[in-house]
Design a protein around this ligand. Structure first.
Ligand code: AMP
Length: 395
């Protein structure tokens, strides 16, 4: 049988990220982004091998952008497209694994929209447009939350009255599940360990950041909660704050819920602490030049990350390794070394040379000799979504 091609689609409210994955090729056959959808500046960018191109698609919505994409995908796939994998942010408690999309599963995804009002409706828009354009293909949904459905109740419940959980779904769900699953599997492969009998701490550090404890192939705890705001310091998100901050700001400054929501999601994190940028590269450069805000932002980021990893260690009986991934985790030797410096009680220490050179897509161990394993593993959520789609095609 020839190697199969899967189109992976990730729809935001005004964008579509896409990648054409061939099961036998490590690199994407085609990848790109349609952005500013619904506006006169809507544009489609794509890359095929070393070739890059773009096309203005003024006023295009999700459906029109996908229609423009169709000939590109067909040509790159040699007319052989076997299925479409869709990223969906929230699967609530209903979805514990990837699923085939049909009327029943679409209804269940619509029902979880109140839990992710910004993301799920956008994901659904893309799914519905793609299903109309490619009705003959199998469509699969892969959820960010599904991997974390294996958390025990004592890890996913908040200390709130039960009625909020039972009747309103207020609990910890966790996100980045596709990434945590992909890199922990890769870490087991790279270390010659049986994934089904291995224990990992994972730090996914991108614009959004989360930690995860993975035991025997299952998520046992993770730092994000009901929404992707809980936990670590992120690009513009605060991560954990005292929950009374809301009433404090409302009482003392008269701030509305919307104002506080924007503060915590868009103006905080690295950006808020540094007063400079949400981008770790810029902060590292500013720190080199003695910028106090950037220096503090990096210190808080690393300390809070280390604290979260130490907390996640409660879910493990043994530690087979700590994994760094995401744009920051894969590239920043500074963040890795400052974080590990706070984790001496776990016995962790890095080899400075290995740490410095394992960047820009390299994978491998970076621990000092005789210390527990620390790995850099580039994430590839698109590939994982394609693998999940192929698995459902096979069954
Ligand atoms: P992601 O969301 O996974 O694309 O990650 C984005 C984050 O990775 C941003 O904060 C980038 O500044 C950061 N990043 C990418 N490359 C580097 C690098 N070489 N050094 C430090 N941070 C980086």
């Amino acid at each position: 049988m020839p190697a199969r091609n899967i189109l992976v689609i990730n729809c935001g409210s005004s964008s579509i990220k896409f990648a054409l994955v061939n099961e036998d090729q490590p690199q994407f056959v085609l990848s790109g982004l349609a952005e500013r959808l619904g506006s006169p500046e809507a544009e489609l960018h794509w890359q095929r091998g070393a070739d890059k191109d773009s096309l203005m698609i003024p006023g295009a919505d999700h459906r029109l952008a996908l229609a423009q994409l169709l000939p590109l995908v067909q040509s790159a796939a040699g007319g052989q497209l076997h299925g479409i994998g869709h990223r969906v942010v929230h699967g609530g408690e209903h979805f514990t694994t990837a699923c085939r999309l049909d009327e029943l599963t679409l209804t269940a995804i619509r029902a979880t929209a109140p839990l992710a009002p910004l993301h799920n409706p956008a994901n659904l828009q893309g799914i519905e447009a793609a299903m109309r354009l490619f009705p003959e293909l199998t469509h699969v949904a892969v959820f960010d939350t599904a991997f974390h459905q294996s958390m025990p109740e004592y890890a996913f419940r908040y200390a709130l009255p039960e009625v909020l959980y039972r009747e309103h779904g207020v609990r910890r769900y966790g996100f980045h599940g596709t990434s945590h699953r992909y890199v922990s599997q890769r870490a087991a492969e790279l270390s010659d360990l049986d994934y089904g009998h291995s224990s990992w701490l994972v730090a996914h550090l991108g614009n959004g950041c989360s930690t995860c404890a993975v035991v025997d192939g299952h998520s046992r705890d993770t730092s994000m909660g009901l929404t992707p705001l809980e936990g670590l310091v992120m690009g513009t998100r605060s991560g954990d704050v005292d929950p009374n901050l809301h009433s404090h700001l409302a009482r003392t400054l008269g701030w509305s819920l919307e104002r506080i929501d924007a503060l915590l999601n868009k103006e905080s994190g690295l950006l808020g602490l540094s007063g400079l940028s949400n981008d770790m590269r810029s902060l590292e450069q500013a720190r080199e030049q003695g910028h106090a805000g950037a220096t503090l932002a990096i210190e808080v980021f690393c300390y809070r990350l280390a604290k979260s990893l130490a907390a996640m260690a409660c879910a493990l009986n043994q530690l087979d390794g700590l994994i760094f991934t995401g744009g920051i985790g894969e590239n920043s030797a500074l963040i890795r070394s400052q974080t590990v410096a706070h984790l001496k009680l776990l016995g962790l220490a890095l080899d400075p040379q290995a740490n410095a050179k394992t960047v820009r897509g390299a994978a491998g161990p970076i621990q000092a000799a005789g210390h527990p394993r620390v790995l850099v593993v580039p994430t590839n959520e698109e590939r994982q979504i394609a693998l999940d789609t192929l698995e459902l095609l096979d069954h």
